[in-house]
Design a protein around this ligand. Structure first.
Ligand code: KIV
Length: 304
């Protein structure tokens, strides 16, 4: 499926395309995807950015938060998403701990996402205190996406997944974070869980495109989590989530119908089975008849 009109090739989305979209006031669409099939569906639906977010620790692996995800686990998913992505820009999230020890370590890990995973950009959570290491990653020719506001890797410091930037001092800090990231040269900034007024202020202040999640309509683009929009999260959605489908209901319905067909022997039908040619079938029947006849003769001899 492609939304691009037939005969019009859709262009590859690059860092330059994101800048251009901000200049042209053209909204940027971004959705998470964590494997080949979801990335392929997202890419073929003409979404601009496929984000292999560390939210996969929760949505795909069932963890309570994102903190335990390792670089190797993330790489496994980035490689799969790479195989399903052709036109969208592919961003790999840097997991907790992969950029906190030293900037050398951060560059080494970011390089792995590009060389081994095929990512075109990495995302780093945090504001002005991450600006220097972000510069180091950019110096290694790797575009970086910033991520400020409700940063899930700070869950223990924040005391839960709480909306940020509600007090004047928090708003000032957010503005400092955004401008520090902008000056460091990030290719875009994810704004998560902040009041819409603050997101709008940040968006107007920075040159980098902003991509919001729970940050209102004033951002340059929007991102949501694949599992959220499809009702695959097994819980009450956050306020900002809009559900565009009910994959959980679809899957449950299909799986229950399959089970019912298996247990009632309605599956598989003759049309879903492979068949021998008429010639081989006849030869097989003759062979079985001969075997039965020989077995019968042996039984008579044994009785005599
Ligand atoms: O991990 C993720 O999915 C994210 C987005 C919510 C921005 O970081």
């Amino acid at each position: 499926m492609s939304l691009t009109p037939i005969g019009v090739p859709r262009h590859k989305i690059t860092v330059a395309s994101l800048k251009e979209k901000k200049l042209q006031h053209e909204p940027i669409s971004c959705l998470t995807a964590y494997d080949y099939s979801s990335a392929r569906l997202v890419d073929e639906a003409d979404i601009d950015i496929v984000l292999v977010g560390d939210s996969l620790a929760m949505t795909m692996l069932g963890h309570e938060n994102t903190l335990s995800l390792t670089v190797d686990e993330m790489l496994h998913h980035v490689k799969a998403a790479r195989r399903g992505t052709s036109k969208a820009l592919l961003i790999a999230d840097m997991p907790y701990g992969s950029f906190h020890v030293s900037s050398e370590d951060a560059v080494r890990n970011a390089t792995r996402f590009v060389k081994e995973g095929g990512a075109e950009m990495v995302k780093v959570e945090g504001g002005d205190k991450r600006a220097d290491l972000i510069r180091r990653i950019i110096d290694a020719e790797i575009p970086v996406a910033g991520h400020i506001g409700l940063t899930p890797q700070s869950v223990n410091r924040m005391g839960g997944f709480k909306v940020q930037g509600k007090s004047l001092s928090d708003i000032e800090q957010l503005m400092r974070d955004a401008t520090a990231l902008d000056r460091a040269g990030v290719a875009c900034i994810f704004l998560e869980g902040i009041p819409r007024e603050v997101a709008e202020m940040v968006t107007n202040e920075v040159a980098a495109p902003t991509i919001g999640i729970g940050a209102g309509p004033g951002c340059d683009g929007q991102v949501l989590v694949f599992h959220d929009i499809l009702n695959l999260t097994f819980g009450a959605p956050a306020k900002f989530v809009r559900r565009y489908g009910d994959a959980a209901a679809e899957i449950t319905h299909a799986v229950q119908a399959y089970r019912a067909d298996v247990t009632s022997r309605k599956y598989p039908a003759d049309g879903e089975s492979y068949h021998l040619s008429a010639e081989t079938k006849r030869a097989l029947e003759l062979l079985l008849e001969r075997k039965r006849a020989m077995r019968g003769r042996r039984q008579i001899t044994a009785v005599e």
